[in-house]
Design a protein around this ligand. Sequence first.
Ligand code: SER
Length: 314
Amino acid sequence: MKKILVTGAFGQIGSELVPALQKEFGTENIVCLGHRNIPADFKGILEKTGIDEIGKIEEIVNKYQIGTIYHLVSILSAKGEKDPQLTWEVNMGGLKNILDLAVKHGLKIFWPSSIAAFGPTTPRKMTPQKTILEPTTMYGVTKAAGELLCQYYFLKFGVDVRSVRYPGIISWKTEPGGGTTDYAVAIFYEALKTGKYQCFVKEETSLPMMYMDDAVRATLAIMAADSEKLTVRTSYNLAAISFSAGELALEIKKHLPLEVTYQPDERQKIADSWPESIDDSLARKDWGWLPEYDLARMTQEMIKQLRENKKLLA
Ligand code: SER
């Protein structure tokens, strides 16, 4: 089979998507591109190259006979506001490079968009698939523009590019990395480490979220779907659970002692500009999407995994 290349293979999503791809297609068929946070016990094919080095990525595509790229490299929302220039270059420049390679080599592409593509003028509850996209973060600007670029390459060049708008993703394998929804991960780490957490959004702030296992299943499902079934080539709305920071704290307290204080910072404004809940009926209809984790199950699983993997809490 043609091999699969994963960029950003050691980020939050890559760290869990790569093992799932290795399991499904064989470790020998998955090529991982990364340059930071490479775990010492990583098993698989590794190439170290930056996303701006299109020549080197093309060499990798040729060397391994790549047929599909999961292009996950991205600077997230909160970190993006610290260096908007770099965020544009990495997020848009990287995507454009990958799409150009897709045209030249007939590649199939997965690229993640996000709830960050929405903005303060978007309807906040049960946000529809087709709606106003006026994001106010650079990360969101690159997601909205990236969605249009993907659709353009599909329409103009026939690139089979597929995308979902991930909600905030909750996972235990990697520590939070510069996103606004990261409080929903950090709270678990701190609950287990110290029993205290200072939350950077307000107690009542509610955002769409998803447990990583659901996110990985969604990614594999959209990539496995028949091309003709896909009616969206910008990016599909994707949803699982929505809860406020306070509701999450209460759920964790059912298992552990936890004291939460709320000290909103600049990330509050970003959170306020995103939807509270998402209408993902088209993803359900077109490629059979159905989430499995609710708040209770996700909380149980996070605590169990972090307890079993204590070194992550060191
Ligand atoms: N989790 C991302 C962030 O908070 C949203 O896509 O930046």
